[in-house]
Ligand binder design. Structure first.
Ligand SMILES: [Zn+2]
Length: 335
């Protein structure tokens, strides 16, 4: 609903004040002022008292009305930071002098439901199909939450997913023993992990990603005074929108840097980092897309068997240049 409304207009209407002078002028919200954070049609106002919150809401209601817009009352709430609230799939809550942001309970429930529904609909298919469908979902969710998640949350999801995968396998082989099913579908498929409980497809070696394998990059908010206008809290939401390191493994990251982010064949940009995904679903698509559009090639020196360093190229460029005929090829590693 607020999609096309400029943020500064809303800020002014809500009574947000910026520092008038000095280095912080116009950039940092003045002490004592409410702060607004907006994502598409989600709006968050950080205030100092319930009274102020109601005042901000009244001002915004007045401002929205002539524009034919209104708050969705079912989704609008005034809560204290100590009580905590959910925003964009995250839970924000103050514990003593610290504010913590973590995946909301609802978001964790939603991903579990999604995994359960997907695996149910995949009954009767093979392990390869399961892996292909689930990996982008797992990776996308992990990528979205990797700055604010705890390893306990990832571990719990992996455990849940293990049970789902086991159930899926049991369904396919109702007459086989437990050990037969376990041996058929679980093993040390990921050679770089000492984990024999990875779900995989024996004939291809493909395996299911684990949430836990996505590296957590903590971006912890510690507000000095635990105040709603502390720049650290608003800075957090702002930084989510800016360029961030995409969730790709070290090798691929090094290659991208070495090539200045460009394809060695056409010189075009390999990954569009300026469009950072903003939801787990967007990450899911971004990761799927990236896997499909980027290839790793290793060229050989003519007349020798020495492999030269790997290079990243667009899948289309590789196809049209005919490099596939004499080059080793593997998909790039995405965490
Ligand atoms: Zn290219």
């Amino acid at each position: 609903m607020l999609l096309n409304v400029a943020l500064h207009g809303i800020e002014k209407a809500a009574g947000v004040r910026y520092y008038p002078a000095g280095q912080r002028a116009g950039r940092i919200v003045a002490a004592g002022s409410p702060t607004l954070i907006r994502y598409a049609d989600d709006l968050l106002a950080l205030c100092h008292s319930p009274q102020e919150a109601l005042e901000v809401k009244a001002r915004l209601t007045d401002w929205l009305a002539p524009r034919g817009l209104a708050f969705n009352e079912d989704k609008t709430r005034v809560v204290s930071l100590d009580e905590g609230f959910d925003f964009l799939g995250f839970n924000v809550r103050r514990y003593g002098a610290k504010s913590l942001i973590k995946p909301s309970k609802a978001a964790q429930r939603r991903i579990r439901e999604r995994l359960r529904d997907e695996l149910r609909s995949l009954r009767g298919t093979n392990a390869q199909a399961v892996i292909k469908r689930l990996n982008p979902i797992i990776r996308g969710w992990a990528a979205y939450y990797r700055t604010q998640v705890s390893s306990e949350v990832f571990n719990a999801l992996d455990h849940y997913l293990w049970r789902l995968a086991y159930k899926w396998a049991r369904f396919s082989h109702a007459n086989k023993s437990t050990s037969w099913v376990v041996h058929r579908y679980f093993g040390m498929f990921n050679k770089s992990r000492q984990d024999r409980w990875v779900f995989g497809a024996r004939h291809s070696g493909a395996y299911m990603h684990k949430f836990f394998w996505t590296k957590i990059r903590r971006h912890q908010i510690v507000m000095g005074m635990a105040s709603p206008d502390d720049p650290a809290l608003t800075e957090y939401w702002a930084s989510r929108r800016r360029k961030a390191t995409p969730p790709i493994n070290m090798t691929t990251q090094r290659l991208i840097e070495a090539q200045d982010g460009r394809c060695v064949i056409c010189g075009g940009t390999l990954i569009a980092v300026e469009d950072q995904p903003q939801t787990p679903r967007e990450w899911e698509h971004w990761l799927t897309n990236t896997r499909q559009t980027i290839n790793t090639i290793t060229t050989r020196e003519p007349g020798t068997s020495d492999e030269v360093d790997a290079r990243l190229v667009h899948a289309d460029c590789r196809k049209s240049s005919g490099l596939a005929l004499h080059n080793a090829y593997k998909p790039p590693g995405l965490a």
